[in-house]
Design a protein. Sequence first.
Length: 508
Amino acid sequence: MIIGFKKLPGMIEKINKTGIIYLLIFISIFYFIFPTNNSSLDAYAYAGYIDSGESLFAPHHLLYNVFLFSIIHPVKLVVHNLDILLISKYINSFFLVLNLLIFYLILSKLSLVKKEKIIFTLIVGFSFSLWRYGTENETYIIPIAFSLLASLQFLNYLNTNKLRHVFFSSVFASIACLFHQIHFFWWLGLLFGVLYNRQKFKAVALYSATALLVPLVYILVLIYYENQVLSFHNLTHFVFHDFYMGSARSEFGWENFFFTAVSSFRTFFQFHPNIWFLIQRSFVYSIPIVLSLYFFYTLLKFLKRKELIMMRSNFVSGFAKTHLLIFILQFLFAFYSAGNVEFMVMIPFLLFLSFFLIYKINLHILSLLSLTLFVWNFSYGIYPNHRFNYYNDEVLVDFIIKHPDDIFIVKNADVLNRYYYKTGIDNYKNIVLYHKIHSAAELEELFEQNNAIIYTDIIDKPAIFDRSEIVSSDYYKLDFKEYNKEYTFRYDGFYGTSFIYKIQQRSN
């Protein structure tokens, strides 16, 4: 196997001769065949909104729900019992492959050898964050397509000095912002690129004026969908809804440094306690660790020989430096958001459109990196996400549906949105998330509601790493010591067995 690693650059060359289409087909297989079977709470919520036609314009990612609704709803009228969640994952997979194609087109306009373009595309395509969200119903993949198109037009402007490319660059960057506000920094970085690379008033004015598309769309949605009167207060509270409501987390403390470091690593490599579960399940899952150790050994060897990195002599300076600025802006905002890994999804693209254009990295190391990323992330991330059901809380949701008069205190927040996706009932009042209970008095109030019976899964729930519990110290400890606990049933998941208990007040 190790002998074969030395032949990787040659293998890449053979792949290159067959063309980018075959490369994208190869990558597509691992996106479309392995959608995640452990969707996030947001993924279930978006699927529920698309299914019901409700909340189609969410301020933080304005066009995502309505865009998928416009694609899926006509199909739903013809195909009954359509799995909207699965179709949404396929749409994201399609856009991730499209992103890689646009990325390759950009690289083709730059001074890179063909072998490098293939390797760059493989590394980006198999980076964990992109692979993960490209197999999920999340909002982070589609806007990257428009930001990349904006960068492609910006490069065309640098090469031709034609203003129409500035116009289209701003249009695409603005659409990206409408799909997710995090792409504002990509738009802003390109604005600085237009300003400092050409310093022409017409170009800067055109780029800035075109971006008025964003507030215009928000205003139209506010008036005609939200049915609100146009005012500065209403508009700002709609646009920045997540910040006003506190759901967009921003702070500065030790968490920023710790989680930014972890998220930076996880942008490229899966890193999660489930790796230990997998190795316990089968020794075969140790193979990626051996490969990664060999990769780092080879990396150190090339560093010692000073054969790892060198400055490029012929690169498009304005384009690379502009995207280095975008990279810094996106990274700093992710840091400000307590190292939110979701705000780093575009980082692999930006890294290869900036740093890797300025510096040339040894192709043998990059080839080995692409193989390591593929094996590691597929083994520890994509395949387990598809193959296993980590908690199997679908069983709990079915039980809740059969007991409409009872209250359920649940550990995992996605249960609430799973219920919504399955029943169409949003924010079901009888499902209470355990971290929403802050005191014994609040728990007592639940028992007083119609003399209700309370069921819970938080006792003996498999304990896996929970970021929210690390950064929050105000959770009320629910142990139900003052109540009668009656075992009801159990169900198994990959992480272990969940037990459902009936909780009742003790009689005086």
